[in-house]
Design a protein around this ligand. Sequence first.
Ligand code: PLP
Length: 312
Amino acid sequence: MEAAILRLDLVDPLISGNKWFKLKHHLAAAEQAGARGVISLGGAHSNHLHALAAAGKRFGFATVGLVRGHAVETPTVLDLQAFGMELHWLGYAGYRARHDADFWLPWRERYPHLFPVPEGGGGLAGAMGCAEIVEQARSQLGVLGWEDYDCWWLACGTGTTLAGLVLAEAGQHAVIGAMAVPEGHGVESNVDALLREGSRPCAKWTTEISEYADPAKSSCLKSRPPYSLLDASLGAFAKTDAQLLDFIRSCERESGIPFEPIYTGKALLALKQSVQEGRFAIGTRLIFIHSGGLQGRRSTDVAADLRVSPPT
Ligand SMILES: Cc1ncc(COP(=O)(O)O)c(C=O)c1O
């Protein structure tokens, strides 16, 4: 088989990976609503908050971050502050309440001029921004000498990026998601909900996904979902082990491409294992999405371990 890596980590030094794609419709909606900025949520290492704060600084809008846990100074948090994001630490119980119906009320009252962006830039707006990744990759197939490809492989945290690809592909190519969280942690149901929402004729972005606008043409969703999810978490979100770190180190040494241990490193390791298990037919052409997240690896306790020497 052949695999090509779509280097979304290179699209921008700060708003990198899948982040711009996930944010673009949210930011457009904020502008349309006449908001002066955005308010969102994430952890103390959040790639999402990092990209959002960087976007706020670059494009001149206010950003407020509701952060999980108690105040800590991670490299990410220091950047958020340097980018001008105002932070509120919610504690752990406070952060768990983010799905409650009245969670946003006090924040909307306090910041009526800010537009709320869901955690991780999720929702259908996030997914539909990611749908554009498909077109971008297809336009570059000639560089590889490929006329077509068979499937996608990418890391999943909420499944928003994967849902965008599935909607854009409309059954043409399979999409395989390597979950950074164990099974049953919400990815499956989130993807399902996004696909249902995105395939409703009245969905806001259906013009971009016309095949799905007609249920008769989109039966593939009901019969055989053109995507699959596998557990690449190694038992828990952000859990690492020596094999993963060795793998990331050797990949980086051999290819010069940096991966981090939370999303992309685990996804690539899972791909390698699937290939070794013979799960792909000979001649399969696969596109692996490098979804970025490299800022987050500074704060892992393995950061020093991952610093590799240049190829000899
Ligand atoms: C680097 C990186 N890759 C992949 C993902 C997973 O994206 P999604 O939540 O859309 O599944 C994330 C989380 O947002 C991420 O930060």
